[in-house]
Design a protein around this ligand. Structure first.
Ligand SMILES: *[C@@H]1O[C@H](CO)[C@@H](O)[C@H](O)[C@H]1NC(C)=O
Ligand SMILES: *[C@@H]1O[C@H](CO)[C@@H](O)[C@H](O)[C@H]1NC(C)=O
Ligand SMILES: *[C@@H]1O[C@H](CO)[C@@H](O)[C@H](O)[C@H]1NC(C)=O
Ligand SMILES: *[C@@H]1O[C@H](CO)[C@@H](O)[C@H](O)[C@H]1NC(C)=O
Ligand SMILES: *[C@@H]1O[C@H](CO)[C@@H](O)[C@H](O)[C@H]1NC(C)=O
Length: 264
């Protein structure tokens, strides 16, 4: 084995070790048309805990070939796409009722908040229709009750009962009754220095990268040392095998004992 092939062997060793690290967090998807799921999100059934900030609510699931996120305050929402650059999560309500999501979704114990500017709106439930002047939310209303949302503060008629006031991005509009309109969230990653208690998963992700880098540097340094020993040895062989330096002699002896160098 000559010097350059020995160096190539070491280089490929470094590369395969880094590949092994990558393989422990393989990119994951739900279905064929799905988007790539990566840090801070993780596909709970396919990727180990350190691939995402799982403790913090970034776990995703596959259901029916679509990507799903679970919110304890509401239930499951379909993740339509994730933009990692702009940190935007586009969601879709499988029940097709965005205002039911707005009414119930409580993001206070999650890493998420609405992507859009919020205003306080009051939801109220009336036994009598208020007529065409206020748009009724069809998916929350029935034949005997009519649900509306109006920007706070609002005085509601006697036939109505206030459900609650929540900070949401959009009021209901029949023109925007799309099942995804307004369901955009953004996220915050915990600060690793200030709150190390909360961000174990984030740390181990960073630690993995550091170990990988340091390992690569150590192996390359070892390769450089072995290469220079080889060059030194070749020089000594050139000078008719004169053995003047005791240290170099010992190094050569050690190399001859090593089975890796028998082919030399
Ligand atoms: C899966 O998709 C089918 C057809 O699109 C639908 O009928 C079914 O309700 C879905 N199941 C779930 C659990 O979402
Ligand atoms: C998911 O997609 C694959 C390929 O498009 C299809 O064969 C399979 O039936 C789908 N599964 C569901 C639950 O819809
Ligand atoms: C959301 O949840 C937090 C903590 O559980 C609670 O204090 C808060 O009142 C809730 N907000 C709404 C709008 O229900
Ligand atoms: C909504 O109302 C609450 C309570 O009055 C207030 O603390 C909060 O700042 C308001 N939010 C917005 C977006 O106006
Ligand atoms: C509105 O009131 C009706 C009748 O009391 C009730 O059945 C319904 O669940 C209420 N809707 C909401 C969203 O609170």
């Amino acid at each position: 084995m000559n010097t350059s092939s020995f160096f190539l062997l070491l280089l490929s060793l470094v590369l395969s070790i880094s590949e092994a690290f990558e393989a422990s967090c393989p990119p994951a998807k739900c279905g064929h048309g799905g988007f790539v799921i990566k840090f801070p999100f993780r596909l709970k059934t396919h990727q180990p805990l350190q691939c995402g900030d799982g403790d913090q609510g970034f776990d995703l699931f596959c259901r029916n070939n679509s990507t799903v996120i679970h919110f304890p305050s509401y239930g499951d929402l379909v993740v339509e796409s994730i933009s990692y650059d702009t940190m935007k999560l586009n969601l879709l309500d499988p029940k097709n009722c965005v205002h039911e999501v707005f009414l119930n979704l409580n993001l206070s114990l999650t890493p998420f908040h609405y992507y859009f500017v919020l205003k306080n709106y009051t939801y109220f439930n009336c036994s009598v229709s208020l007529g065409p002047s206020v748009a009724e939310i069809p998916c929350l209303s029935g034949s005997q009750h009519h649900v509306y949302t109006v920007e706070s503060p609002v005085r509601v008629p006697d036939s109505c009962r206030i459900i609650k006031t929540v900070a949401i991005p959009f009021a209901y509009s029949s023109y925007l009754s799309d099942s995804s309109f307004g369901l955009g969230l953004t996220w915050e990653l915990p600060e690793p220095v200030d709150s190390s208690f909360h961000s174990k998963a984030g740390w181990s992700h960073l630690a993995q990268k550091k170990v990988l880098m340091i390992g690569g540097i150590v192996l390359l340094a070892a390769a450089a040392v072995l290469m220079s020993v080889k060059i030194l040895r070749a020089k000594i062989v050139d000078s008719h095998g004169e053995k003047e330096n005791q240290f170099t002699e010992e190094l050569i002896a050690a190399q001859h004992k090593s089975p890796m160098h028998q082919s030399c």
